[in-house]
Design a protein around this ligand. Structure first.
Ligand SMILES: Nc1nc2c(ncn2[C@@H]2O[C@H](COP(=O)(O)OP(=O)(O)OP(=O)(O)O)[C@@H](O)[C@H]2O)c(=O)[nH]1
Ligand SMILES: [Mg+2]
Length: 474
């Protein structure tokens, strides 16, 4: 563990005016420097002698000039966020006051903190492991209940404790196997191959599970992409607008109105969805429309959920319906749907019948058992709650079992993938009785990737990369 010699300072709250601002210092001189410019409001107070986790009312004074009346919180090492002495000064939220106080300290032996430096120190001082430190950044960036929950779960330890445990067991076997190398001539086996294989199987299962969960985690973090597709004029853009509650896309009775892809986000029940309105699918003559339709297929590929929108009239034999291409639509409905289902088995498809305000009796010409319909009128905004509920159910079912561990960090995903690759190599080596020295190479590689997740193995480049993305003051 390395002790930092310098003391750092940063504004922990956003720049600009607010009710209060918080200036944070961390390092060996944090308390003594603040103490130099602090005067208790009611009686003299020596901050270097107060107990940890206490708050003190007083003034920050430069010579004889009072800069502000403040509250000073003192946290003594090791019981602080960074593990060092930490002082947080709550000042009045004017940028001028904040700058004056920051300048005062900067001229007296502290330096500006770099992005994420407080958290970096917390990591280096062993207050948290690397994946927990990364979760801090995710937590700050969380913009929906689901991404918030993911970050919180990771910050509390998430899967890294399990990885640590498995890695430790692997280290044990690694050392036994390396020992065998020293006795190569004698042909002895220190590492029980059966037990080792058991561990490899457990590692494989755990890693596979975590790697698979990334698809979920990433989606929750970025928003679940939902493509709205269907023939021209069925009301895709109207539905997008109705969901977002704003006139986002152009709506008209002319078939082929939407040519480009329009996307926007909406949080429903704490889960972020990204709705994608697309060009209606048909045999287009127009060059631009053709490009739009090509994009539609691209978007279906990227989506997790496909809303297959259809005009309720086309499905029903209601007298009020005057869709000329009734029979044809019915035919394309099944083929289109089959095609999407076949080409995209991994996607959830919701069949949504729009414009139900136009049919008086629901005399559907399709088997609604086979094709369960969600009925809406995008124009009159009816049935939308049912649709939203269906979306939430789909996502929840496919995704979070309350306590399920989910990987949402791209770096972890990569390291887990690497680790899994090495573990599979080790498994192969064991099954085929490969020479011990070859086995060792793969075990080392697996140990390395696993260690990179928890931070037991780090390089300066890796740390730089991670903490660069933090905000200053965290
Ligand atoms: N009666 C009724 N009309 C609707 C409903 N939803 C959409 N419409 C009308 O249907 C027409 C087409 O709507 P759009 O939202 O532009 O259809 P689209 O699927 O985006 O069409 P393209 O972009 O051409 O593929 C417009 O005249 C809408 O007002 C509905 O629920 N009921
Ligand atoms: Mg449209």
């Amino acid at each position: 563990m390395k002790a930092f010699e310098d003391t750092i300072i940063a504004l922990a709250t956003p720049a600009g005016s607010g009710a209060i601002g918080v200036i944070r210092l961390s390092g060996p001189a944090a308390i003594s420097i603040v103490n130099k410019f602090f005067k208790g409001k009611f009686k003299p107070k020596d901050l270097t002698r107060v107990s940890t986790h206490t708050i003190h009312l007083g003034y920050i004074i430069d010579g004889t000039k009072i800069i502000d009346e403040v509250l000073v919180s003192v946290f003594k090492n090791p019981q602080s966020y960074t593990g060092e002495d930490v002082v947080e000064i709550s000042v009045h939220g004017s940028p001028y006051i904040q700058q004056e106080i920051m300048q005062l300290f900067l001229q007296n032996g502290v330096r500006h903190a770099k992005a994420g430096e407080f958290t970096l120190r917390a990591f280096i001082n062993g207050k948290m492991d690397l994946s927990q430190a990364e979760a801090v950044a995710d937590l700050i960036a969380a913009n929906s209940a689901a991404s918030h929950q993911l970050a919180l779960q990771q910050m509390r330890g998430g899967f890294s404790s399990e990885i640590k445990k498995l890695r430790k067991e692997l280290i044990h076997f690694a050392s036994l196997i390396e020992l065998e190398l020293d006795f190569a001539e004698e042909d002895v086996e220190f590492a029980d191959r059966k037990l080792f294989n058991d561990l490899v199987q457990r590692l494989k299962t755990t890693l596979k599970h975590l790697v698979d969960s990334f698809a979920t985690g990433n989606v929750l973090k970025q928003g679940v992409p939902v493509a709205i597709v269907g023939e021209p004029n069925v009301g895709k853009s109207t539905l997008l607008n109705a969901l977002l509650n704003e006139e986002r896309a152009i709506v008209s009775s002319i078939a082929g109105t939407t040519r480009d892809v329009i996307e926007d986000e909406l949080v429903i029940d704490g889960i972020r969805f990204r709705f994608i309105d697309t060009a209606g699918i048909r045999q287009a003559q127009d060059e631009i429309e053709k490009i739009g339709i090509k994009k539609t297929y691209q978007k279906i590929k990227e989506a997790k959920v496909v809303i297959f929108l259809i005009d309720a009239c086309a499905l029903s034999r209601s007298a009020s319906c005057h869709l000329p291409q009734h029979e044809e639509t019915l035919r394309t409905f099944e083929t289109e749907l089959k095609q999407i289902g076949q080409n995209h088995a991994d996607k959830k498809i919701l069949i949504v019948a729009n414009k139900i305000d136009q049919i008086d009796q629901k005399n559907y010409q399709i088997d609604t058992q086979k094709f369960p319909l969600i009925e809406i009128s995008a124009k009159q905004k009816t049935g939308l709650d049912k649709l939203k509920k269906e979306l939430i159910t789909l996502v929840n079912k496919a995704l979070l079992d309350q306590n399920e561990v989910v990987v949402s960090n791209a770096r972890h995903f990569q390291a887990l993938n690497e680790a899994l690759k090495s573990v599979l190599q080790v498994e192969y080596g064991l099954q085929h009785n490969l020479p011990t020295d070859l086995l060792t190479i793969d075990i080392r590689a697996a140990l390395h990737s696993l260690g990179e997740i928890t931070g037991e193995i780090t390089s300066d480049d890796l740390l730089d990369n991670i903490f660069r993305n933090f905000c200053i003051g965290k």
